[in-house]
Design a protein around this ligand. Structure first.
Ligand code: KE4
Length: 424
């Protein structure tokens, strides 16, 4: 029995499912999860000494690759000055100024410790600002695990085939309305059925939790228009797309301005960080300034801020960064598509920037229902084939591939070569 198997047996005795986040359990691909010992650049290494080219990148944060020297140096320096004070620090000001400088729609921002916390808090701020209770989300989108958002959710819930969660009282979700991604009529119908009751629409501007599903032309612009017509707020959940598609995220890439934005992942550089921010008049509702309460012991933690500031500063200071990363990624995904086509494997490959996913279906995947036509058995075969070739992709059909600046042309060529041997 290898070390991963041994650790998994031990873990299952003391941690639910042996993991601290469900998707890590490799349940949907029927394999023992790899226990990782270290990572560097585009590579991760498991406890049995196996090396992989990593396309998870901690589910998005590692856009520079693992262990970037400027990030590590910043963390080391900050840690030597103390791990946490529970008091205001200069680094929090620098981080907030950076985000407000880079993302034009953000005039004020609050740091929290995860994407879930960022979304939960943004929803509360939207309800507090508008005085309305209902929220519209989209089937297949995932916004973390706060009660009100565990409705028709993507990511791990979709992987496990459970649209909701036990332990969430009907009272917590009765104000959550579900629309169809890329279907503006489904949104309009909800507003017509709930006149003057909808506080906000929350959307992943590029859905990445039902696999990657792109917004069709006019979809995001349509949401902006519908929100303006109904005096509701538009919340972009950019926990994945923020600082991923472009320096100013999906809102810059698609040129649509939300009222509030949530972040996570990349802004923490690998440390636990989330944030929500937007128009000043909305954010001024948040305590201690306003009546919307939200707090956190480790919010704005100095070591986490140091990691985030270092990563965002690298992204900001290299104007070519996104042009190069997105061009490299486009070439890779297009070549992957050609290889699968040449092998006669029916599939839908959706990608934008350094984000992409392959669905084993003959349909064009444009929403939750079409994503569910994917043959998860074929995905399991694909996953097993790739990991045995040393390619580490998400152990779920309904997650994304993340390409980083650390992925070399050789890494990508090796990955394409592995796909060339795929039989599904
Ligand atoms: P966290 O609470 O996991 O930091 O963020 C929640 C969240 C919010 N919004 C979006 C768009 C997200 O994708 C996420 C979390 N993403 C998943 C990956 N699909 C995290 C991985 C996991 O659950 O282990």
């Amino acid at each position: 029995m290898g070390k991963s198997e041994q650790l998994f047996e031990r873990a299952k005795k003391v941690i639910p499912g042996g993991v601290n986040s469900p998707v890590r359990a490799f349940g949907s691909v029927g394999m023992t999860p790899r226990f990782i010992s270290r990572a560097k650049g585009s590579r991760i290494f498991d406890v049995d000494g196996n090396e992989y080219i990593d396309f998870i990148g901690s589910w998005g944060p590692m856009i520079l690759g693992h262990g970037h020297p400027l990030v590590l140096d910043a963390v080391t320096k900050a840690a030597q000055e103390g791990l946490s004070y529970g008091a205001a620090t200069e680094r929090e000001v620098i981080m907030a100024e950076l985000i407000c400088e880079i993302v034009p729609s953000i005039e004020m921002v609050r740091m929290v410790n995860s994407g879930t916390e960022a979304v939960m808090s943004a929803i509360r701020a939207a309800r507090g600002f508008t005085g309305k209770d209902k929220i519209i989300k989209f089937a297949g989108c995932y916004h973390g695990h706060s009660d009100a958002l565990l409705v028709a959710a993507g990511s791990g819930l979709m992987t496990q085939g459970i649209p909701g969660s036990a332990g969430v009282p009907e009272g917590c979700t009765k104000d959550t309305l579900t629309a169809v991604y890329n279907d503006l009529d489904s949104v309009k119908q909800l507003f017509e059925a709930n006149p003057n009751e909808v506080a906000a629409i929350i959307v992943e501007p590029v859905a990445a939790n039902m696999g990657v599903v792109l917004p069709e032309d006019g979809f995001l612009q349509g949401l902006r228009r519908i929100c303006d017509e109904n005096e509701a707020l538009l919340i972009f959940d950019e926990v994945i797309t923020g600082f991923r598609l472009a320096l100013d995220g999906a809102q810059g890439y698609y040129n649509v301005k939300p009222d509030l934005t949530t972040f996570g992942k990349i802004i923490g550089g690998g440390m636990p960080v989330g944030a929500y921010g937007g128009r000043k008049e909305i954010m001024e509702q948040v305590a201690p300034l306003g009546p919307v309460y939200q707090a956190g012991t480790l919010s704005g933690n100095p070591v986490a801020m140091a990691a985030g500031i270092a990563q965002l500063t690298v992204l900001k200071n290299f104007p070519q960064f996104y042009k190069d990363l997105n061009a490299k990624s486009d070439r890779f995904f297009e070549e992957m598509h050609n290889i699968l086509n040449s092998k006669g494997i029916p599939h839908c490959l959706n990608h934008v920037g350094s984000l992409g996913s392959i669905f084993f279906t003959t349909e064009k995947v444009r929403d939750y229902a079409s994503a569910q036509t994917s043959h998860t058995r074929k995905f399991r075969m694909y996953f097993k084939h790739m990991i045995e070739k040393g390619i580490y992709i998400a152990p779920s059909q309904f997650e994304a591939m993340f390409i980083s600046a650390a992925h070399t042309e050789a890494d990508l060529a090796t990955t394409l070569e592995a796909a060339g041997d795929l039989i599904v």
